[in-house]
Design a protein around this ligand. Structure first.
Ligand code: DON
Length: 600
């Protein structure tokens, strides 16, 4: 586990000018902690999440039926693992467009120490991400002219990575689950067999992927009425998926070596996909060390490579350092500017250095070191934007010479009464994944292969670019941005969070963490607060429409930011644990999720 400190002494160089908008913000600090709402130029048009509280245990996910499945497991005497597994299978049925058994992901598991005065939370990370099939090749998405065939990594069988969800969920259950495995699948089987009502959200996502879905007969059968999208309020019944889940309930290994594996391999062979029985048989989830660092008094742990989430979450927090953002104010252009510049640096480094650590050496310690953050921070000018072309990834040589200190996706979070915690993000990548359902099984397959860099400079679905480190290779894992996170302090749990949103995941998680730790927001405020995002390339500062006042937006433009207003993104959720022992949770108001507490 890599731990480093944010020390005051390393961040002294920058002068922070007082802008006009800062003055009213500072006076506001005295009156209220809820800075962005009291900032005079700040609009209040964004909805606020519903706050749920419980002393006992709490669940939160992107869909009420998935949350209900988790709550039920806790009521039956299950723990956080049981609840998370039931919720994940639930999501697979009620939100198949975002994540499911045809995809993969990452989770962090936190277990409390016997003595929180003297010991730390134990935090482990499970990588159950999709892997490239053995027959994958570096240039598999290039045409004869050497150009990237964009659709090939997004739509259809060739876009699919070997799914890891079932193996991951079974693995975590074996390590800590209390209830019988079969019990955990019951709610999902019920939702698939009896059906559930489709929401506006589901249908609008379906309509956007209809053309691709209609090309695959098995997907067309499930998600359309003779090629027409189902409508909000319609009941979606998934009989094949119910049967598949029954099979998994009896024997999870059937997905990798049994009749489900056979169905997947047959479907692949017929349609020009690469996944074989051997690929499925060889799939194994991997326990990894999470990446942990200190921010203020808190210890922030998040997912390590092959996700870039943890590295860049900590890199951005390191660049913030001891800056008193609370005093500056959340909507102060200085705050947004500093964080934007930190994001720009992090995503530049991501493009060169991040990839599957089993294939390339990822300089995790260096990128998350304080001395490197100091160096990067000194380059930031608070009065003037740098264009992304002026900000390059650090070269491996410079990084090595750096002196080190000692050393469409879904997220769900559960904390049980023993204070075990699961923070899990998993996905089929783009909405409805590859748009392919394995005939006869109801399994919607991912298009995770698009997260590889198909060629240097080629953008993926989220506009991210990569290089050698994230080039395609047989059995390699594509680089992710998923950032399931757990924050503790002196052996006590403080919060757990995560979000979908492709490239925006990391910056969403940064902001939710700052909202709780720095701005002292409650769980509902923290997931509701307006967001901004920068990812180096394209060189754009995305601001959430309706979230920032005119004065702030104008000031940022004045400094040279290429401001783009965007409708809200991400679908975060968070659980916060207070000193009083009270748990509180909230689901992002931008989505349709729900938090549910047990007991009082
Ligand atoms: O692993 C990643 O970073 C992406 N495949 C996540 C995709 C995602 O968040 C889609 N959600 N909106």
């Amino acid at each position: 586990m890599i731990i480093f400190n944010l020390s005051n002494s390393i961040m002294p160089q920058i002068r922070f000018p007082q802008t006009k908008s800062q003055i009213p913000i500072l006076s506001c600090v005295v009156i209220s902690f809820w800075l962005f709402s009291c900032t005079p130029n700040s609009p209040k048009s964004l909805p606020l999440a519903e706050l749920k509280r419980s002393k006992e245990s709490i669940v939160v996910s992107a869909h009420p039926l998935a949350s209900e499945a988790g709550k039920l497991m806790l009521e039956k005497g299950g723990n956080a693992v049981d609840a998370a597994v039931a919720m994940a299978f639930g999501i697979s049925v009620v939100e198949p467009f975002s994540a499911g058994i045809g995809g993969g992901g990452f989770l962090l598991l936190g277990t409390p120490p016997e003595n929180s005065e003297t010991q730390q939370y134990k935090i482990r990370a499970l990588d159950f991400r999709e892997r490239a099939p053995k027959a994958a090749t570096r240039n598999m998405y290039l045409n004869e002219k050497g150009e990237v065939e964009k659709k090939a990594s997004l739509d259809g069988h060739l876009a699919v990575g070997v799914p890891g969800t079932v193996a991951g969920l079974y693995n975590i259950h074996k390590s800590l689950g209390k209830l019988p495995w079969k019990e955990l699948l019951k709610p999902a089987i019920r939702y698939a067999r009896d059906g559930f009502e489709l929401s506006d959200n589901f249908v609008s996502k379906l309509e956007r992927r209809l053309e691709v879905i209609n090309k695959n007969p098995a997907a067309r059968d499930i998600f359309t009425k003779n090629g027409q999208a189902y409508q909000p309020g319609d009941l979606l019944i998934q009989t094949d998926k119910a049967q598949t889940l029954e099979t998994i309930a009896e024997n999870p290994q059937s997905f990798y070596t049994g009749k489900i594996a056979q169905a997947i391999a047959t479907d692949m062979a017929k349609a020009g996909g690469l996944i074989t029985l051997e690929d499925l048989r060889n799939y194994t989830p991997i326990w990894r060390e999470p990446i942990c660092g200190k921010f203020r008094q808190a210890k922030v742990c998040a997912m390590s490579p092959p996700s870039s989430g943890g590295v860049h979450l900590l890199q951005i927090l390191n660049i913030v350092g001891e800056t008193n953002l609370q005093e500056w104010g959340r909507e102060n252009p200085d705050t947004i500017h500093l964080l934007t510049e930190a994001m720009r640096v992090a995503y530049a480094d991501r493009s060169l250095h991040l990839g599957d650590p089993d294939f390339v050496e990822v300089p995790v310690k260096e990128l998350t070191s304080l001395s490197y953050a100091q160096r990067r921070r000194q380059e930031i000018n608070l009065t003037k934007v740098r264009r992304s072309t002026e900000v390059q990834p650090v070269s491996p040589e410079v990084l090595r010479s750096n002196i080190l200190e000692s050393p469409d996706t879904t997220h769900l979070t559960v904390v049980d009464k023993e204070r075990n915690v699961i923070s899990m993000t998993y996905t089929v990548n783009g909405s409805f994944g590859a748009g392919v359902v394995v005939a006869g099984t109801g399994i919607l397959l991912n298009n995770e292969m698009d997260d590889f860099a198909a060629a240097p400079e080629a953008q993926n679905l989220y506009g991210l670019v990569g290089d050698e480190a994230n080039a395609i290779a047989p059995r390699k894992t594509p680089l992710s941005s998923m950032t399931p996170t757990i924050v503790t302090e002196n052996g006590r749990l403080i919060m757990a969070t995560g979000s979908p949103g492709g490239s925006t995941i990391i910056t969403t998680v940064v902001q939710v963490i700052l909202n709780v730790l720095e701005y002292k927001m409650n769980a509902a405020e923290a997931v509701s607060a307006p967001r901004f995002h920068h990812q180096w390339l394209p060189d754009k500062l995305m601001l959430e429409t309706g979230g920032f006042g005119e004065a702030t937006v104008n000031e940022l433009k004045q400094r040279g930011h290429n401001v783009v207003m965007r409708r809200g993104w991400g679908n975060a959720n968070v659980v916060v644990l207070h000193d009083s022992g009270m748990l509180e949770a909230a689901a992002d108001p931008r989505g349709e999720g729900e938090a549910m507490g047990n007991g009082q």
